[in-house]
Write a protein that binds this ligand. Structure first.
Ligand code: KG4
Ligand code: ZN
Length: 338
């Protein structure tokens, strides 16, 4: 079965072809350079750029997979959550294509794509499993009970983890999105030089909060003289990263204690972070019977293979309902799109 996935929820135009669960092609046109000078995604520019790129990206995915549009059996598209104008481009394109080809179309929740993606690489990960989704827009702990059956155990009350990396990156004068650059900078720094607060550490429950941590970095920066700034940046990056990663792994530990899962999946862009991987592995080593999977970095950050896969999983599970036919910019996982 060939599934075409289309993703335009934020600043990547992506298309992928899956043959059952095998990725035949996955094309991503990133708009990072376009938004970089603004320090964040500019919605209007994002939508325009998706319009310019979407047909070329889909064509490239078909060519790379060595198939034509008429070979496609199923189309999956991200319907939300995301930027309204950006989502419209992918949804309108996918609806038109599915209609012209007379093939079924399934609307996919972007977060569902992230949390199911691990199963593309590792078939052993069976339901139920625990997912920590850490991306630029979301930070959620999810009990993944089955396809389309998700229980959110905790989520961020303010900034997402990736958003915190990006905002701290802006404070440190780095390029957007700054996650990878902060990680590189932190390698040259000493995380104990500046000790930042561990957000929500003393609070019960599995919710997160990152805006206070970002503010703590801003306050620390203001205390430095111009001369000190350059030499202190690696220490600030390391101290921030350590606090963020610590907060994530502590809440993950609570969720593991609560659910006793066989598998833990850490996914979304921030899951590419080496220190987070190290810390989570270390924490879970002490818990007998739990295995952990981190998707390959290309499957962690936004891509369309995960969207195609979520559509394929739904189809295989006999879930034929097509989902919302219009974009749903605020679509919480585990909730029907209104
Ligand atoms: O999943 P993703 O590609 O997009 C969203 O759905 O948001 O995640 C992008 C986020 C950005 O905030 C980026 O800074 C962060 O993931 N990121 C990282 C790393 N690589 C990407 N954060 C920390 N360390 C990294 N190595
Ligand atoms: Zn994402």
């Amino acid at each position: 079965m060939l599934t075409l996935g289309i993703e335009t929820s934020c600043d990547e135009t992506a298309a992928a072809i899956l043959e059952d669960r095998r990725i035949r092609s996955s094309i991503i046109a990133s708009q990072a350079d376009l938004h970089g000078p603004f320090g964040g995604v500019v919605p209007e520019l994002a939508s325009r750029s998706h319009v310019e790129a979407v047909d070329t990206v889909v064509r490239s995915a078909l060519e790379k997979a060595d198939c034509s549009a008429s070979d496609i059996d199923l189309v999956g598209v991200t319907a939300g959550p995301g930027l309204p104008g950006a989502l419209i481009v992918g949804v309108a394109f996918a609806r038109t294509l599915a209609w012209a080809l007379d093939k079924p179309l399934l609307a996919v929740n972007h977060l569902e794509g992230h949390i199911l993606a691990a199963r593309i690489e590792n078939e052993e990960i069976g339901f139920p499993y625990l997912a920590l989704l850490v991306s630029g827009g979301h930070t959620e702990l999810v009990n993944v009970r089955g396809v389309a059956d998700y229980e959110v155990l905790g989520r961020t009350r303010d900034d997402a983890a990736g958003e915190a990396f990006d905002k701290v990156g802006t404070l440190l004068g780095l390029h957007y999105p700054a996650g990878r650059e902060i990680e590189e900078l932190a390698r040259r720094g000493d995380p104990s030089r500046v000790k930042f607060p561990r957000p929500m550490a003393r609070k019960e429950g599995m919710d997160f909060s990152f805006s206070g941590l970002k503010t703590a970095v801003a306050v620390e920066l203001r205390r430095l003289s111009r001369e000190e700034l350059e030499s202190q940046k690696p220490h600030l990056a390391a101290g921030f990263q350590e606090a963020a990663v610590d907060a994530l792994s502590r809440k993950l530990e609570l969720a593991v204690d609560h659910l006793h899962p066989k598998w833990v999946v850490v996914c979304g862009g921030v899951a590419a972070n080496g220190r987070l991987r190290e810390k989570v592995r270390y924490m879970l080593n002490a818990v007998p019977g739990v295995k952990v999977h981190f998707p390959a970095p290309a499957l962690c950050t936004d891509n369309a293979a995960m969207i195609a896969y979520a559509a394929f999983e739904r189809w295989r599970a006999g879930r034929r309902e097509s989902g919302p036919s219009e974009p749903v910019p605020r679509w919480e996982l585990g909730q029907a799109a209104a």
